[in-house]
Write a protein of this length. Structure first.
Length: 522
């Protein structure tokens, strides 16, 4: 009963803030100096408190977090953006989701030389993620063979070179190329690609960047342990975006990804010049003549609804205010484990959410020429669903969004970047954005921490957080993080007491300076 009583306190606090905020006058102050360590502590100690029970998507704790964030945006003087059917606007954007579970009848059908074979789930194939266009499956598709799907042109190896694969379904082998039993790539790269767990993001990024419709990954005979993990993970419920009016099925990934057991499609792969059991052979990339694929999807679903938190700061220039900078972070985390452990997610991502809230408060003191949309997403941990909903269903044309500035995990000292704020940018406008970051960091005196600007992204941060949904719409991004790998990542020990609050404050100041520079750019 005592715990239940205290769970009501955040609701009362949020209501009071919403009621009183307009009456509180803000003192005239330097916007950068308005971002303080003390305020970061207040935000993170609340958002990552046990009372919010890990902010799992659609949970009572997440709803409290969303109400709190909305109250902060309201207090800063921002405007609600999302309208309902009656024309009323709110800071809370409904996101319709579904719990979905793969069912009997899901299968890949391969037709080759007049013969048809059916590979059923979960014995022989597992859909790891679906593109919207394949939510009801596909029929009579001619695949293209991608070899190992490795794109390393600087090392003289590019399985995508010369292939027109946009909109196509590819077939890819696990592993790395061999010639006479010896690795073709340098040893470090060979070992990287031989480990499908480490290299999966890299390969998928190539598939996404080439705008493929999907890829079928045929595992090696040595991957029985991995196959068992894939199958076991697929048997539980997965959260996905629910269909909108006129859509079929649901969206999950920008391209369909299907994993296959090693004995599948062996004849078709040998016809391309490689032995799938050994990886030996100088394979031929390109069209798989005479091969057709069909995919059948069967699921059981149940609906659920959650909210993004969305606020608008209208630009002060009458011509430029119809263009937008989007400043974002994800608000959700992993909830409560079966053993009762609360996954508070102080760094992941109460820290990023706090940085966005404070950047919004600072920007409201002196708005830029362009409008700024501040977004805290739901369901990032379920597959970037809140950001995908925002990008695809909010109704803002992608060409009107000039930049996404995203914060994910800015509160810890990671082993590889101990004293750093790590900043990564999209390929689009990369050099321009890197120069902008350097310039504004110098202007605000961001010297207490090591600011690292990275062109290479060995941990694939670029596709592991919400900015990737913007990149898929050809919208440039800047990601602010501290590097994902640290001891408490996705563990119950990610608590407020472990946070480097100076780093969070500097990350927020940097985001504020970037949004102002981009918002005022000529």
């Amino acid at each position: 009963m005592r715990r239940l009583f205290f769970s009501f306190i955040p609701v009362i606090m949020a209501a009071v803030l919403l009621t009183l905020a307009p009456a509180v006058a803000q003192e005239k102050t330097d916007p950068v100096e308005s971002i303080t360590i003390a305020e970061m502590r207040d935000h993170i100690f609340y958002l990552a408190s046990d009372a919010l029970e890990g902010r799992d998507t659609a949970s009572a704790g997440y709803k409290l977090a969303a109400q709190y964030a909305a109250s902060q945006f309201h207090a800063a003087g921002l405007q609600p953006l999302i309208g309902d059917a009656e024309g009323n606007k709110s800071f809370l954007q409904p996101v319709k989701l579904m719990w979905s579970q793969l069912a009997e009848g899901t299968a890949l059908v391969v037709s080759s030389d007049g013969e048809e074979r059916t590979y059923g789930y979960p014995e022989m194939m597992v859909p790891a993620g679906l593109a919207q266009e394949h939510a009801d499956g596909f029929n009579d598709v001619r695949p293209v063979f991608l070899g190992h799907g490795i794109e390393e042109p600087d090392l003289g190896w590019d399985d995508f070179e010369g292939l027109d694969v946009e909109g196509r379904i590819g077939i890819m082998l696990e592993g790395a190329p061999l010639r006479e039993g010896k690795p073709v790539l340098p040893e470090d790269k060979h070992q990287f690609y031989m480990n499908i767990g480490r290299s999966a993001n890299q390969r998928l990024m190539s598939v996404f960047n080439h705008k493929m419709a999907g890829v079928i990954v045929v595992l090696s005979p040595q991957s029985d342990a991995l196959w068992n993990i894939i199958v076991n993970q697929s048997k539980g419920e997965q959260m996905v975006l629910a269909p909108e009016s006129g859509e079929g099925g649901f969206a999950s990934l920008p391209a369909t990804v299907i994993a296959m057991r090693p004995e599948t499609m062996a004849d078709e792969i040998r016809a391309m010049g490689v032995d799938p059991s050994t990886g030996e052979g100088e394979y031929r990339r390109g069209e798989m003549e005479g091969v057709r694929l069909g995919f059948k999807l069967a699921t059981e679903t149940r609906p659920v609804e959650c909210r993004n938190v969305v606020a608008l700061l209208e630009g002060c220039d009458p011509e430029l205010k119809d263009e937008y900078v989007v400043v974002s972070a994800h608000l959700d985390h992993l909830g409560v484990r079966d053993n009762g452990d609360i996954m508070n997610g102080a760094d992941d991502n109460a820290s990023g959410s706090a940085a966005v809230i404070e950047a919004a408060e600072a920007a409201a003191l002196d708005p830029p020429k362009r409008s700024v949309i501040f977004v805290l997403y739901t369901a990032e941990e379920k597959g970037l669903l809140g950001s995908r909903h925002f990008v695809e269903r909010t109704g803002i044309p992608p060409e009107k969004i000039v930049l996404n500035i995203n914060a994910d995990m800015v509160g810890r000292n990671s082993p590889e970047f101990p004293d750093s704020i790590l900043v990564l940018t999209s390929e689009k406008r990369r050099q321009e954005l890197l120069e902008m970051v350097k310039k504004v960091a110098k202007e605000i005196g961001c010297e207490n921490l090591d600011l690292r600007l990275h062109d290479e992204d060995q941990w694939s941060h670029g596709i592991r957080s919400d900015q990737s949904c913007f990149e898929q719409k050809d919208i440039p991004y800047v990601l602010v993080t501290r590097g994902f790998m640290q001891p408490d990542y996705h563990r119950p020990s990610d608590d407020p007491e472990t946070i480097n609050y100076e780093k969070v404050a500097w990350s927020s100041k940097l985001m504020y300076a970037m949004l102002m520079a981009e918002g005022n750019r000529n």
